[in-house]
Design a protein around this ligand. Sequence first.
Ligand SMILES: Nc1ncnc2c1ncn2[C@@H]1O[C@H](COP(=O)(O)OP(=O)(O)OP(=O)(O)O)[C@@H](O)[C@H]1O
Length: 262
Amino acid sequence: MRLELDHVTVEAAGTRLVEDIHVNVGKGQFVGLVGPNGSGKSTLLRCAYRALRPAAGTVRLDGDDLHTMKPRAAARVLAALPQETNAEFDFTVAEVVAMGRLPHRERTAAGDREICDRAMARTGVDHLAERGFLALSGGEKQRVLLARALAQEPQVLVLDEPTNHLDIAHQLDVLSLVRDSGPTVLAALHDLNLAAAHCDVLYVIAAGRIVASGPPHDVLEPELLAEVFGVRAHPVRHPETGAVQLLFDLLPPARKPLPTAP
Ligand SMILES: Nc1ncnc2c1ncn2[C@@H]1O[C@H](COP(=O)(O)OP(=O)(O)OP(=O)(O)O)[C@@H](O)[C@H]1O
């Protein structure tokens, strides 16, 4: 299923948070959204998983307007891993993951249990099934919420910082798992090397506008990284795979020009 954000603009409190954004995620593609803090990544993703309605523009799934679809119909095909989840009730892990099956209840009630068990096993949280969600660590919670999203068996997955709270092994594992599970993916990522390794296409957002897009190694070039993130990037090659990785130094903050003598 194809996900398209077409000329999306979002406003809040009289301010434009993102403006005239076009993002195209082809069927089965893994597309990354990268940009500095506050650049508009979560705002844009919230539009892509229906939590926020754009002031202008359209979000489409295979050409259908996501925001006019019935909520249950949308939840059957699209799942999200938001940046923050305000869980107030202490459900068990198994109950949280089973919530991913709610949109499908009428259709596949018989197989729900196996689907949830498989999602928990794939994200490595099966041993936590009877634990209360609220008492889990940050990384455990993140993997449970990913299990819930996978249990939804979505055709489109929207992920806001899926590697948040995860140790390095789980970061690598979760992105491979998402990739191998096959849905169309739009993910906000902070780690540019992880983004380059896992994404087919990257969009770079700065101050609410897309400033570059394309294959990761075309997009993540030193001049753009200096301008957008204020860092100097040094490409190095992995000694075994030959894959290019970036090392970063902070650039000094831009100085105001010294006042000239009158
Ligand atoms: N409801 C709102 N009202 C006013 N400003 C908002 C609102 N929601 C977000 N913003 C502002 O919009 C900008 C973009 O926020 P957003 O959360 O999309 O950034 P982000 O790129 O996801 O940042 P981060 O990398 O820190 O998670 C920020 O300056 C934020 O303060």
